[in-house]
Design a protein around this ligand. Structure first.
Ligand code: NAD
Length: 342
């Protein structure tokens, strides 16, 4: 049994799906928070709850004792901890949500793992732990003492807390620094989905920092593959580390400047994009390019999905998602006595 937190989230739902297809039993927890469209979370879950081997708990990881009670009841061997208040910019607006989920919640999940002898605690960190000026690509030992946002600071705090638990209680804790993830069932607050909706609506695509930012856009399947490989390799993850706490980047080693990303996305969608350039947004890094050498040296080579291939799949999904959303907005069609729709 594997416990996945944040299982109604973008990455969480994909990870659960993959674990189930590999034959694992999974118990998931998510509080379905309203940070973005709860309908999207509900639809991700619909696809999971019908599957054999999945148990869903709707609840808050920050609630005292809840994750511990789940561990007592289900005895998971591994935990994939993905629940968090995500989003760099929103951390400027609602800092307490980040403290509650990313710090209080994080310690609750870690305590539960500790008291229930979980073999491997794998958790989401982020490329947001890196500040500016460390050089590119970003290797794991680049400076992380100056995160640009509270979100990044909570993720760095997670790494420090995990280190102290691994050291004190001989726990295997592995942190994964994900780089800008995109794909089907993606997050509506993130650039790929915002840009795709703007292109399809004919609205301007706003590029901060006058279009000079670049990101390691990473296709969701590559993230899921990395998470599952790490989860299944606790020995490799901890190898050579007496404290058994390590962090790894998972991200496309090829980064893309934002204007080039928009061109590829607009090609995939078959629609022209209108660009609007804006000054730098507070807390935004100029560039995040993943150095994957440590991950690959530890877990073996990893193939990353080329941007055009990933965007083709994302574009296919978003067209269907928008069409279904439009259908739902129209509501159920009235039927006449003869069954013909009116
Ligand atoms: P997401 O917001 O789609 O998923 C997070 C899920 O956690 C949501 O469904 C939310 O309802 C749930 N959640 C939040 N607080 C909770 C709480 N207190 N109790 C229970 N559930 C709670 O985000 P995501 O993109 O799937 O991100 C998953 C993890 O990866 C997060 O930790 C995020 O910080 C990290 N991450 C994501 C990216 C990315 O590009 N998507 C990049 C770096 C790191």
């Amino acid at each position: 049994m594997i416990l996945v937190t944040g299982s109604a989230g973008f990455i969480g739902a994909h990870v659960v799906h993959q674990l189930l297809s590999l034959g694992h039993q999974v118990v998931g927890i998510d509080n379905h928070n309203p940070y973005y469209d709860p309908g999207l979370k509900a639809r991700r879950l619909e696809a999971l709850t019908g599957q054999r081997g999945y148990i869903h708990v709707r609840g808050d990881i920050a609630a005292p004792g809840l994750v511990a009670a789940m561990c007592r009841q289900y005895g998971p061997k591994g935990i994939v901890h993905l629940a968090a208040q995500a989003g760099v910019r929103h951390s400027l607006v609602d800092p307490h949500a980040y403290v509650e989920s990313n710090l209080v919640g994080f310690v609750n999940v870690l305590e539960a793992a500790r008291h229930h002898a979980v073999d491997h605690f794998v958790y989401a960190s982020s490329s947001s732990v890196y500040g500016e000026g460390g050089g590119q690509p970003l290797a794991e030992d680049a400076p992380t003492d100056r995160p640009l946002s509270l979100y990044g600071a909570t993720k760095k705090a997670n790494e420090l807390i995990a280190y102290s638990y691994a050291h004190l209680y001989a726990m295997r804790c592995t942190g994964l620094r994900f780089f800008t993830v995109y794909g089907p069932w993606g997050r509506p607050d993130m650039a790929p989905m915002l840009f795709a909706n703007a292109i399809l609506d004919g609205s301007p695509v706003v590029l901060f920092n006058h279009g000079h930012n670049a990101r390691s856009f990473t296709y969701i399947d590559d993230i899921v593959d990395g998470v599952v490989r790490v989860l299944q390799s606790p020995g490799e993850a901890a190898a050579g580390q007496p404290d058994q706490a390590r962090v790894f980047n998972i991200g496309n080693p090829v980064s893309t400047p934002l204007p080039a990303f928009v061109s590829s996305l607009s090609r995939a969608l078959g629609r022209k994009a209108r660009l609007q350039f804006a000054p730098p947004a507070p807390a935004d890094a100029t560039e995040t390019t993943a150095d994957t050498r440590l991950f690959e040296a530890t877990f073996g080579p990893q193939q990353f999905t080329a941007l055009d291939a990933g965007l083709a799949r994302f574009a296919h999904w978003i067209r269907i998602e928008r069409a279904q959303r439009a259908d739902r907005r129209r509501g159920p069609r009235r039927r006449t006595y003869a069954g013909a729709a009116t």
